[in-house]
Design a protein around this ligand. Structure first.
Ligand SMILES: [Zn+2]
Ligand SMILES: [Zn+2]
Length: 98
C-alpha cells in the first residue's frame, strides 16, 4: 500500500493519483502522467453556464444513486478504469469521477 503525500489516504500500489484529493502520487510522477487539472478547469469555465442547469438534475440523480449503490465500483469516464465506489478521483488518470 502507498499513501497520499497530501491527505494520507491509503492508495493501491498502481495508483497514479489519490482517490480522495487527486494529488499525483510518486508513481504517477515517475510514470510521467500529467494531471488533467488545467484543461479541466478551462473546460469547466466554458461549460459552466451550460452545465449549471444539468448539474442540478445530475445532483438529484446522483444522490438517489449513491444511496442505493454506495459500494458499487465507478467506471472512469476518461479511461474506463474501475475505481472504488467511494473514490472521487480516478486512480489511473486522475480525472474526477462523476
Ligand atoms: Zn490525497
Ligand atoms: Zn481514469
Amino acid at each position: 500500500m502507498v499513501y497520499c503525500s497530501k491527505c494520507a489516504e491509503e492508495l493501491p500500489e498502481k495508483a497514479y493519483f489519490c482517490l480522495k484529493c487527486g494529488t499525483r502520487t510518486q508513481k504517477g510522477i515517475e510514470a510521467g502522467v500529467s494531471p488533467p487539472w488545467n484543461w479541466e478547469k478551462q473546460l469547466a469555465q466554458i461549460l459552466s453556464t451550460v452545465t449549471k442547469e444539468m448539474e442540478k438534475a445530475v445532483e438529484s440523480v446522483r444522490e438517489s444513486i449513491s444511496k442505493s449503490t454506495q459500494k458499487a465500483p465507478v467506471s472512469c469516464s476518461s479511461c474506463g478504469k474501475k475505481n472504488l465506489g467511494s473514490a472521487k478521483y480516478c486512480y489511473k488518470c486522475g480525472s474526477e469521477l462523476k
